[in-house]
Design a protein around this ligand. Structure first.
Ligand code: UDP
Length: 243
């Protein structure tokens, strides 16, 4: 019998945006920022009997749109973005494994020298064995984002929730942009359609739609807030839940 606590959700998919990896540097990978994220996840895993999958972004290195605005073909630029995601995934894997936590990176674009290819059933098996699975290279398709990837993979692996960690100090969904509007108030719970209809830009609309069609709850929360991940697993109401 494990002496770990039973979490609110048994299997979670955590979406980490690339920018969270850049920390104060604003570009690339900041060891301090990634260490904090990794430590929080490891502590949560030690306290709770939870299976963890992670979908990472790549915005700290490259976004398809940026290249497209600079004259690169959009699809080509998106593939560059997917490679940026792989860099983050490899860094994340290294930080976990330096701490003795087993992980598997699965890429949507085959690159067998450095990672497994994405195979849904194998991903689930890794989770059951207690490994952290890191999904990389997005969906493998241009014109999508890592939010789409997170929602897609979460449904595929039958995760109980998609936890979207923010890193910019905003701890959930607000009535307006709290950085621009002092009167903005935080919302604890929302329905999918409200997020879509009010165009609350917390996550890609296609990701929200996919979650809605598949009854996947999404929690938007401050990844950098002390104890937030464990608080969420314990059942505390942190951030904003969309369901
Ligand atoms: N990307 C893509 N297809 C996907 C996922 C990502 O083409 O399925 C590309 C896209 O160009 C995107 C970039 O990878 O801008 C980095 O991902 P994203 O911007 O979602 O990262 P985040 O904002 O989470 O850091």
């Amino acid at each position: 019998m494990s002496n770990k606590k039973t979490p609110r959700w048994n299997r979670i998919l955590l979406k980490l945006s690339g920018e969270a990896f850049a920390g104060e540097k604003g570009f690339g990978i900041d060891g301090k920022a990634i260490t904090k994220i990794v430590d929080d996840i490891i502590e949560a895993r030690e306290a709770y009997d939870v299976e963890i999958a992670i979908a990472v972004g790549g915005g700290n290195f490259w976004r398809g749109m940026t290249g497209a605005e600079g004259g690169i073909d959009r699809a080509q630029s998106d593939y560059m973005g997917m490679l940026a995601i792989v860099m983050n995934a490899l860094a994340l894997q290294d930080f976990f494994e330096q701490r003795g936590v087993y992980t598997r990176v699965q890429t949507a674009i085959r690159m067998p020298q450095i990672a497994e290819e994405y195979i849904r059933r194998r991903a689930i098996r890794h989770l059951e064995k207690g490994r952290i699975v890191i999904f990389a290279a997005g969906t493998g398709d241009p014109y999508f984002t890592s939010d789409n990837t997170a929602a897609l993979r979460a449904v595929e692996i039958q995760a109980d929730v998609l936890l979207k960690g923010t890193h910019s100090g905003v701890d959930g969904i607000y009535t307006a942009d709290p950085k621009k509007d002092a009167g903005a108030t935080k919302i604890d719970s929302l329905e999918y359609l409200e997020v879509i209809n009010k165009d609350l830009r917390v996550m890609d609309q296609t990701a929200i739609t996919h979650a809605r069609e598949n009854d996947l709850p999404i929690v938007v929360f401050d990844l950098m807030g002390e104890g937030n991940l464990q608080g969420l697993l314990s059942g505390e109401s942190i951030g904003t839940i969309v369901q």
